[in-house]
Design a protein around this ligand. Structure first.
Ligand code: PMP
Length: 429
């Protein structure tokens, strides 16, 4: 209140016109009595409406992974906005975008969506259409956006709605198979039933802390899915942090389809999904023969000229090998710093890293989502977030995640380590 008077004033006013005082429900998850209101940001720095500056380690939960307000994206967006934003016609930039995504991920055919959620929804629909099978499979405690079928977890052997999911559309037990991450036998047994169209997964879980795949696990997943005729969809929306072509390129994965969203438009809403030539061949005829405007795949603003200009400018100037070469060592420095504090105090916690993303979690490294979920401690998490926010560092709400762009500095990392160490000392005192 004392340090954030303008945010407090805006929050009080917003309570009268916006549900819960925010335009989007997740914004209530920032720690403290009200969220700080965003004024401007550039690179790795963000300034709130009270003029307080932060080292931004949240980066819009990956939407701004490139760093904020890239000059090339700003210029391209401005130019395109002046020249017309949306016309239901392809723009030349779309051709560049398809070619670039193909080079990065090694898949030859692409389509656009407005969000990663949308891209995932479309891909699930295609998979059911192509295989004629009713169910999709996901990993226990996954997150793939607000996609009804994916908001499911395991309760023993039963598939149940994820705790917190509001008003499930259909019983997820009828739409979804759920298997634990890093368990090849469970996957093999479940897919053997023959009712699963596709497996949608992150190559490493990133939405319940970071859970890395065991050695050989992803190769086994590919073998099992192929053997059961199940399409493998890799969601790289977060794991793009592993490099310019996500884990797919970094680890040589062989998905049938790939989804990518969030940062590819430098913050402009846009996502994409790519597919193998074989999937494209199988899809083309039914797609064109269907009533495409009511096929369940669409979005009037999807693939518009503004989005395509933003993706072109972003992928031309950011998220390239040379950008990761700066950002990844910063994430390594973060991991070393946090691991040092954890070890010094003998805490049963760990910090994990994937490319330029790092996250600490209040348990030893878990092998699956359920183990990670068992260690969630919202009060403790809120304490760290508020402590950091009050000392000029933004961490991602409902994560303990720090994301690094080429615009961060070693001083940002060291400041976080210092602040984290002081928070731990305060807790233990
Ligand atoms: N896939 C993954 C792996 C995600 O983490 C998210 C969002 N956190 C999404 C898809 C959905 O992205 P969006 O909310 O932008 O649709």
């Amino acid at each position: 209140m004392r340090d954030h008077p303008r945010s407090a004033e805006l929050a009080a006013r917003a309570g009268h016109s916006l549900l819960a005082g925010v335009p989007m429900p997740w914004m209530t998850r920032w720690p403290g009595a009200f969220p700080v209101f965003f004024d401007h940001a550039s690179g790795a720095r963000l300034t709130d409406v009270d003029g307080r500056e932060y080292a931004d380690l949240c980066l819009g939960d990956t939407g701004a992974m490139t760093g904020h307000a890239l000059p090339a994206v700003t210029a391209a967006v401005e130019e395109r906005a002046r020249a017309g934003i949306t016309a239901m016609l392809p723009s030349p930039d779309a051709v560049w975008v398809g070619e670039e995504l193909g080079k990065r991920f090694g898949l030859p055919r692409w389509q656009m969506a407005m969000s990663a959620t949308d891209a995932n929804r479309f891909v699930l629909r295609f998979a059911r259409h192509l295989t004629g099978r009713p169910r999709i499979a996901v990993m226990d405690w996954c997150y793939h956006g607000t996609v009804d079928e994916t908001l499911a977890v395991l309760d023993g052997d039963r598939v149940v709605p994820r705790p917190g999911a509001l008003g499930p559309q259909v019983d997820v037990a009828e739409t979804t198979a759920v298997v634990p991450f890093n368990d090849v036998d469970a996957l093999d047994r479940r897919l053997a039933a023959g009712d699963v169209a596709c497996l949608l997964m992150e190559p490493a879980l990133t939405n319940i802390g970071i859970v890395l795949p065991d050695e050989g696990y992803l190769a086994a997943v590919r073998e099992v899915t192929r053997r059961h005729g199940v399409l493998l969809v890799i969601d790289e929306t977060h794991t793009l942090c592993a490099g310019p072509g996500g884990c797919t390129a970094a680890w040589g994965l062989e998905p049938d389809l790939v989804v990518v969203g969030k940062p590819i438009g430098g913050g402009i809403p846009v996502a994409a999904y790519g597919m193998t030539a074989e999937v494209a061949d199988r899809l083309l005829k039914p797609m064109l023969e269907a009533e495409v405007d009511v096929s369940g795949v669409g979005g009037t603003l999807t693939g518009n000229a503004l989005a395509m200009a933003a993706v072109r400018a972003t992928l031309s100037t950011a998220l390239r090998a040379e950008d990761f070469a700066v950002a990844v060592p910063l994430a390594e420095r973060f991991t070393d710093g946090v691991a040092g504090v954890i070890a010094r105090h003998g805490l049963p916690w760990h910090v994990q890293r994937l490319g330029c993303r790092a996250e600490y979690w209040f348990c030893p490294p878990p092998r699956n989502g359920a183990e990670a979920a068992a260690a969630v401690d919202e009060e403790l998490e809120g304490f760290f977030h508020l402590w950091a926010l009050n000392r000029g560092i933004l961490l991602t709400p409902f994560h303990n995640m720090a994301l690094f762009s080429p615009h961060h500095t070693a001083a940002d990392v060291d400041r976080h380590t210092e602040v984290f160490a002081a928070a731990v000392e305060e807790l233990l005192a």
